[in-house]
Design a protein around this ligand. Structure first.
Ligand SMILES: Nc1nc2c(ncn2[C@@H]2O[C@H](COP(=O)(O)OP(=O)(O)O)[C@@H](O)[C@H]2O)c(=O)[nH]1
Ligand SMILES: [Mg+2]
Ligand SMILES: [Zn+2]
Length: 415
């Protein structure tokens, strides 16, 4: 994407010469803050570094910490623009035309805040107001990957219709949230579960939770084990995942290993990269497309500006017709849409063994004639698979029994 397109939505775009060169996207926090405060002219790309670094670090930490609980905070830097656009379109103007009932989607949602959607329309990114009458129900109204119908109103773009979702990835809404289902990506074909072979160490808990989310939402999962350059041997669980039929791709952003295989599965599709923080999701995007400059965790060679992390999900278009959503790293993923009793059905090995249990609703813990426990005792079931099942189910039951009772029955956030 050229700098011109990135800034088109500002209306009066600041001249390109004054833009800091490290910007990875046009709504990078520094851009918007500087623009909102009219500080463009005062900031040279390298000027005032010391002062700004201190300020920025603080802000990044706050926003990173808040992402899971208050996703909207990630967009606070857009408020000035929101205010200006809101004065330009009054609510009365929005209500002047009925919402269309019959429409064809003409744009793709890239990123979101509460009232705003950044969409890709005819190859250009547009900032759109979301019509207030598109009411949020029990699930997130819009997520990256959603197809929408946008129209112009008083020269501003407004989202007026939302297309049906062919697939989705969800987690339970936060306890303090009205939402039951927090949809964090829509219409994706492939979920790339990124884990590091080391640093941070490979752990199966979050992988298993993403595998459940993919199955529930109708998405094909792929396990991408990045930083393979750091180890001599595969993490032992990989062969088990492969034996279960999951596709595993080993990659290294350092040596380039596996990148062609990753490109091959992503080409022509809409995908999402998910996983713990620091496993190399943003770095993978940068090496898949040299023109991209997604912020990564280390001091960036280009900017030397300290720690940058992904703070909100965002869809990118890459070389080779790859459309992919980068997500902030998460510590835990709650299981949505599955009850504790159903969890075993989402572990293919346990589900198959469980067919032979005496009881149809066997929990595979204490029941007599449990085929799963028998297989475990006889070494036909890998112990970590059983442990992973127990941990996920146990955490869900704990929350079900918690002080909130049924309302949070579907939540599970340990891993
Ligand atoms: N050795 C090695 N380091 C990597 C690799 N990929 C990413 N990193 C480093 O891991 C750190 C975290 O990367 P980042 O992309 O920000 O992770 P994210 O939080 O998942 O987006 C950075 O310091 C990267 O340079 C890799 O394949 N090998
Ligand atoms: Mg990142
Ligand atoms: Zn059983």
């Amino acid at each position: 994407m050229s700098p011109d397109t990135r800034f088109a939505v500002f209306g009066t775009a600041p001249s390109v010469e004054v833009l800091p060169s490290y910007l990875g996207g046009w709504f990078g926090q520094d851009t918007c803050r500087a623009y909102a405060t009219g500080a463009w002219a005062r900031q040279s790309p390298v000027g005032n570094v010391k002062k700004k670094q201190v300020k920025k670090k603080k802000r990044t930490q706050v926003r990173t910490r808040n992402w899971e609980e208050a996703h909207e905070d990630a967009f606070s830097h857009d408020r000035a623009r929101h205010r200006r656009a809101q004065t330009a379109i009054s609510d009365a103007a929005i209500d002047s035309r009925a919402l269309p009932t019959d429409f064809e989607c003409n744009a793709l949602v890239i990123s979101l805040s509460k009232k705003w959607a950044f969409v890709l329309k005819d190859g250009t990114e547009e900032l759109c107001l979301i019509d207030v009458r598109l009411k949020e129900g029990k699930a997130t109204l819009l997520a990256p990957g959603d197809q929408v119908f946008v129209e112009q109103e008083a020269e501003k773009w407004v989202v007026r219709g939302i297309g049906p979702r062919s697939s989705r990835l969800s987690r339970p809404g936060h306890e303090h949230d009205r939402l039951d289902e927090q949809v964090f990506a829509a219409n994706i074909e492939t979920l790339v579960i990124v884990a590091a072979a080391a640093d941070p160490p490979f752990r199966t808990g979050l992988v298993d939770r993403y595998l459940i989310a993919a199955e529930v939402g109708g998405v094909t999962p792929i396990i991408c084990v990045n930083k393979i350059d750091l180890v001599d041997e595969d993490p032992p669980a990989l062969k088990d995942y492969e034996a279960l039929g999951f596709q595993v791709i080993r990659t290294s952003c350092e040596s380039g290993e596996g990148l062609d295989a990753l490109r091959a599965v992503l080409g022509g599709k809409l995908s999402i990269l998910s996983g713990h923080s620091g496993v190399g999701k943003s770095t993978l995007l940068n090496v898949l497309d040299k023109d991209l400059e997604v912020h990564t965790q280390e001091v960036s060679g280009v900017s030397h500006r300290g720690r940058h992390t992904t703070t909100a999900s965002r869809l990118y278009k890459l070389e080779g017709n790859i459309r992919i959503i980068d997500t902030p790293g998460i510590r835990a993923l709650g299981v949505w849409g599955v009850s504790p009793e159903e969890v075993a059905w989402f572990f293919p090995d346990l589900a198959e063994l469980g067919e032979a249990c005496r009881f149809r609703n066997c929990s595979h813990t204490h029941e007599p004639d449990c085929a799963v426990v028998a297989a475990l005792d006889e070494g036909r079931l890998t112990p970590w698979r059983y442990d992973s099942y127990l941990r996920i189910r146990g955490s869900m039951e704990e929350e079900q029994a918690g002080p909130f009772g049924d309302k949070y029955a579907r939540k599970s956030s340990d891993y």
